[in-house]
Design a protein around this ligand. Structure first.
Ligand code: G3I
Length: 387
């Protein structure tokens, strides 16, 4: 079990004051008896205090996992990544399909895969306006704030409690701010999010309690705010920065800020990612890139990108990773699934695609090569980031 391994490493290091080369905080440490044949992988080249992750939809890709005969996706996932995030399996509609029904089957399969492959698990997500089950949508139309609080508290205590000790980081609150192009501008989603809507008089109190319930259910998990369009310094991350300060001043066990990292070549690249991470780190928070992908506008009739687009995609993936490497508080860097055939992008952004770091035959793209090179540069044994 990953948490007990982490505890063992910390205890061992503290007792002996000698840190073995494979220790650190154990994000990439291999459990006893576990080894990778190929050492030149993302997970093995990463600093020992930086988890390198991918999302995976367990219901689709892991339920039939046989360690003796992995699929190609499972083989690459196990070989390259030290962390996995359930792309859909821990969301409300999957895990809490009816008021009194919790279904942990596919999420448990993901945790089992992670344990078999010496990986950690990022939990995703507990409070979100999207992918809520029909029963929540229906019931919420008449909720009082107390009703919403009771439903959310039961969900968080049950789900976080079920995975206690198995999850190192939880996205507690996901996408709780609107964007500046939404009606009303950047403000808490007190219309789209059914829980925040029911508690619109004081949504910050509900958000704070969501973190408190999660912390009580698993005191060791690092608890994140998480959002898209949150990489650089902008109006939305200014709002998060204010919220984080307010929550911390109220004693809320907020401990992380995640930038999803969904980029598109249709837009310019924000060069303030490191500065943004540094200001959240200065509050005492961990930071993370939680859902990285870089989508490319594809010309009609073309199946692939141009060489210039391929190079630009690689540069952007690498720039997000390097920003993370340059900030010691950056604890995980996660790509949002692979290969391109599994990407959410074409369904949501018609005309854009090729967003992941692996081709559909699982061959690595230049983006993968760029990231691997940066990880190699950053890692002689224990992370140089920690001095
Ligand atoms: O749940 C049904 C399933 O029962 C059925 O077998 C299947 C048949 O196609 O459909 C399933 O629904 C799918 C759902 O994921 C799974 O719960 C939807 O079709 C699919 O559109 C949906 O998309 C996911 C999307 O979130 C939903 O908002 C994507 O896979 C997932 O990558 C995406 O992830 C989000 C992050 O959670 C938050 N940040 C943005 C990111 C990209 O949108």
């Amino acid at each position: 079990m990953r948490r007990s391994l982490r505890s063992l490493l910390v205890a061992t290091a503290a007792a002996s004051l000698v840190v073995p080369l494979w220790a650190g905080t154990a994000a990439n440490a291999e459990p006893p008896g576990f080894s990778h044949a190929d050492k030149d992988t993302l997970r093995n080249q990463a600093p020992r205090d930086l988890a390198i992750g991918s999302a995976v939809w367990a219901q689709r890709d892991l339920l039939s996992y046989d360690p003796a005969a992995p699929t190609e996706l499972q083989r690459v996932l196990g070989a390259q990544f030290s962390s996995v995030t359930p792309e859909n399996d821990m969301k409300w509609d999957a895990i809490h399909p009816a008021p009194d029904v919790y279904d942990f089957a596919s999420a448990d399969a993901l945790v089992a895969f992670a344990e078999a492959n010496g990986q950690e698990v990022r939990g995703h997500t507990l409070l979100w306006h999207s992918q809520n089950p029909a029963w929540v949508t229906a019931a919420s139309s008449t909720w009082t704030c107390d009703d919403a609080r009771a439903v959310l508290e039961d969900h968080i205590r049950t789900v976080v409690g079920h995975f206690k000790g198995e999850i190192y980081e939880w996205d507690v609150a996901n996408e709780i701010f609107q964007d500046n192009w939404d009606a009303g501008g950047v403000r808490l989603r007190t219309e789209a999010n059914p829980f925040l809507r029911a508690c619109a008089d004081d949504p910050v109190a509900l958000i704070g309690d969501a973190f408190r319930w999660a912390h009580e259910a698993d005191p060791d998990a690092v608890l994140f705010l998480n959002d898209y369009n949150a990489e650089g310094i902008n109006e939305k991350t200014d709002a998060y920065y204010d919220l984080a300060q307010r929550l911390l001043a109220d004693g809320v066990p907020l401990s992380g800020f995640g930038a999803q990292g969904h980029l598109s070549l249709l837009y310019g690249f924000d060069t303030s990612i490191q500065a943004n991470f540094e200001r959240f780190a200065a509050l005492g928070l961990k930071v993370a890139v939680t859902e990285a992908d870089v989508r490319i506008p594809l010309l009609d009739g073309e199946t692939g990108p141009t060489p210039a687009q391929v190079a630009e995609q690689a540069a952007r993936y690498d720039a997000m990773l390097v920003a993370c490497l340059n900030v010691p508080a950056c604890s995980s860097f996660t790509v949002w699934g692979f290969p391109d055939a599994n990407s959410w992008v074409p369904a949501v952004f018609p005309g854009e695609g090729w967003a992941t770091i692996f081709e559909d035959d699982f061959s690595p793209k230049p983006a993968f090569d760029a990231m691997l090179a940066s990880l190699r540069d950053a890692t002689p044994g224990i992370s140089p980031r920690r001095g």
